[in-house]
Design a protein around this ligand. Structure first.
Ligand SMILES: C[S@@+](CC[C@H](N)C(=O)[O-])C[C@H]1O[C@@H](n2cnc3c(N)ncnc32)[C@H](O)[C@@H]1O
Length: 253
């Protein structure tokens, strides 16, 4: 991709100067409230495709009994990070998930990527909020483990009035924090990274409704500025070319 193309990527503009004022209240509220929104049929179907891919992957390889390790790349967009994660974790299936058919279509055509997609990578079009609940069922029933969950540059929803759409201020957050052994969020908005880390710290100290396993409470949380030498997503490249500072939050359970 041409470096000039994105050299003027806009910085995130927000009417917030620090973490959202009601963050603690919202995180505590959702920790205690079951999230009951029905799961959309289209995501159930997409999830079944991912399950099949994973089952086939493990039936072809060395016999490995469950739980089967699975890597998730949530909001994979045009899929570059899925490609890189599949190379980084060649022994595990890597599932790139996005709701945008247009972006996934580029992913399936391999876009700007130099080589064919590794055999362990698979894309699904799905709603993350539903996909994560289905993934958690797999983890809690001992069928999958999720050693690494990538959450690279989700929509920041920077207006205060839209804060409730950020994943850490949404009822899905306790689910998101139970799925994987390591979660890595990347963003170009420092406040989003700070809020995410703060929300995890609050969740750590909050008795979460019955299903939050105590083993997950011992988490380490690192929130830091970082400079990717080699961008691994389209948005990462865009922000790097625009010389924007990038942030990441890494959570180990
Ligand atoms: C800013 S883009 C980043 C894409 C990619 N990770 C990258 O860095 O190039 C955010 C992506 O997350 C996807 N996304 C956001 N919320 C989602 C949701 N609730 N379910 C599925 N996909 C979602 C969008 O469709 C979009 O492709």
């Amino acid at each position: 991709m041409n470096d000039q193309t994105h050299s003027h990527a806009k910085e995130v503009q927000s009417n917030q100067e620090g973490p959202f004022k009601d963050l603690e209240k919202l995180v505590r509220k959702y920790a205690c409230t079951p999230y009951l929104r029905p799961i959309a049929d289209h995501t159930r179907l997409a999830f079944a495709d991912a399950e099949q891919f994973i089952a086939d992957f493990y039936s072809k390889g060395q016999a490995q009994s469950a739980p089967h390790p699975v890597i998730l790349d949530s909001g994979c967009g045009t899929g570059e990070s899925t490609f890189h994660l599949a190379q980084q974790f060649p022994d595990y299936p890597v599932i790139g998930i996005d709701k945008s058919a247009v972006r996934l279509n580029k992913a399936n055509k391999n876009g700007d990527l130099p080589q064919p997609m590794p055999q362990n990578a698979f894309y699904v079009r799905a709603e993350l909020i539903d996909f994560w609940r289905l993934a958690l069922e797999k983890a809690t029933t001992g069928q999958w483990t999720i050693p690494y969950h990538a959450l690279y540059y989700p929509n920041p929803w920077p207006k205060q009035s839209e804060a409730g759409r950020r994943f850490h201020l949404h009822p899905i957050f306790p689910t998101l924090m139970q799925i994987s052994q390591t979660t890595e969020l990347r963003t170009n908005w420092e406040i989003y990274a700070q809020e995410f880390a703060l929300a995890v710290r609050i969740l750590q100290k909050t008795p979460v409704r019955d299903c939050f396993p105590s083993s997950r409470v011992a988490m380490t949380i690192n929130c830091e500025a970082f400079e990717p030498e080699q961008p691994i997503t389209a948005f990462e490249r865009k922000y790097k070319n625009a010389r924007q500072q990038l942030w990441r939050v890494i959570i180990h359970h």
